[in-house]
Design a binder for this molecule. Structure first.
Ligand SMILES: *Cc1c(COP(=O)(O)O)cnc(C)c1O
Length: 375
């Protein structure tokens, strides 16, 4: 059976973990944490980078930093993972779900403005499959209405947005804050893991405090204060050095990993396009976006056809999977949702099919899968 995902190990993970263990400093915010954070900051032009134990945790930190209060409204696409919403729900926010585009699962930026009210605090664009949302439009709205933009960049490492002025900026460097995931299903992994990026320096100082259980411990270790104590709310959001050491081995191979994933993605695209069928639709990468090879999906014509395809692919040894169930119609949120239909989201929920994509997948596997799909 060709699995949907297989975590890729670069070979140096256990060596760096052994090194972290040998230094005797295995709790967080040590050598490997700093190596990783400094790398991301330098390579992608991010603001302050803080490794976290997950992307969910990074989003929770962002929700605290954004000072989301009971009754505030937060604008979120419905076609996303639960964490995008739950981090803000925990602060008491009301989630205002937005539909996807007709031809792209990302949040339809043209549908946001009419949903903004005096209670709106933040917009959370999710770069689905690592493909950029329309960030110029979203940042314009944020400026006009004084809102915060927190990018859910969980799938978007090493992907870019090309602005109207032609500048190419890394996803995660554009919003006031951004959250990444290093879960084993993502491009660069540490088992569980994530990162908060703070681009707006108003939040920098507080971010470190919230990261370290509400204490100014980070400042103390830099010698900026002579004792540390309890100064704010917070939690234990930082991962151990063991996790960071694993992540560092992945980062050292990021170019190779990305090249491989993008090449597999292109093979799928070219071969499926070559089938010349109208029964499934290929993903669209808008002119303002790049592709980071995070995920390859097709959109089937209906739910029934997708179910059949999943079944047939499985019988031929390929594990293909559907993705999100619309959050606005989830059992947790349905009664709280304002009743607007989000038809594009529902269609992606019913019809989107993800195909296996991982470093060790072979070109020959793709060829066999596409031929099976064709049949
Ligand atoms: C994977 C993912 C998350 C959650 O990441 P964790 O690191 O598992 O917490 C959140 N949002 C999106 C869009 C994701 O794909």
């Amino acid at each position: 059976m060709i699995p949907f995902n297989k975590p890729y190990l670069t070979g140096k993970e256990t060596e760096y973990i052994a090194d972290a263990v040998a230094t005797g400093k295995i709790s967080g915010n040590g050598k490997y944490t700093n190596l990783c954070q400094d790398f991301f900051k330098a390579k992608y032009g991010f603001g302050k980078c803080l490794l976290t134990t997950s992307c969910t945790d990074a989003l929770e930190m962002a929700a605290i930093l954004a000072d989301i209060q009971e009754g505030d409204e937060v604008i979120v696409p419905s076609f996303t993972f639960v964490s995008t919403a739950i981090a803000f729900i925990r602060q008491g926010a009301k989630i205002i779900f937005v539909d996807s585009y007709h031809n792209n699962p990302n949040i339809d930026a043209s549908k946001i403005e009419s949903l903004i009210t005096p209670k709106t605090k933040a917009i959370i664009p999710v770069h689905y499959a690592g493909v950029a949302c329309d960030m110029d439009k979203i940042m314009e709205l944020a400026n006009k209405y004084n809102l915060l933009v927190i990018e859910d960049a969980a799938q978007a490492i090493d992907s870019f947005y090309i602005g109207k002025d032609g500048t190419k900026r890394a996803l995660g460097s554009i919003g006031h804050m951004a959250a990444f995931s290093f879960h084993e299903t993502k491009n660069i992994i540490s088992g569980e893991g994530g990162m908060l990026v703070v681009n707006d320096n108003r939040f920098e100082k507080r971010s470190e405090i919230i990261w370290e259980k509400g204490t100014n411990r980070a400042e103390f270790f830099r010698g900026e204060v002579n004792k540390y104590g309890w100064v704010d709310i917070g939690s234990s959001f930082l991962p151990s050095e063991i996790i960071a050491a694993f992540l560092w081995a992945q980062i050292e191979n990021i170019e190779d990993i990305q090249q491989k994933r993008k090449s597999l993605w292109n093979s799928y695209y070219d071969q499926i396009q070559g089938l010349n069928t109208t029964k499934i639709t290929l993903p669209i990468i808008p002119d303002y976006a790049t592709n980071n090879g995070h995920m390859f999906y097709v959109v089937c014509s209906d739910f029934k056809e997708r179910t059949t395809l999943i079944e047939r692919l499985k019988n031929n040894g390929f594990h293909a999977v559907f993705h999100y169930i619309s959050l606005h119609s989830s059992s947790f949120y349905e009664a709280k949702h304002d009743g607007r239909n989000l038809l594009n989201t529902d269609r992606f929920s019913d019809c989107l099919l993800r195909l296996p994509l991982f470093y060790e997948l072979h070109e020959s596997d793709i060829k066999k899968l596409v031929s099976c799909l064709n049949k």
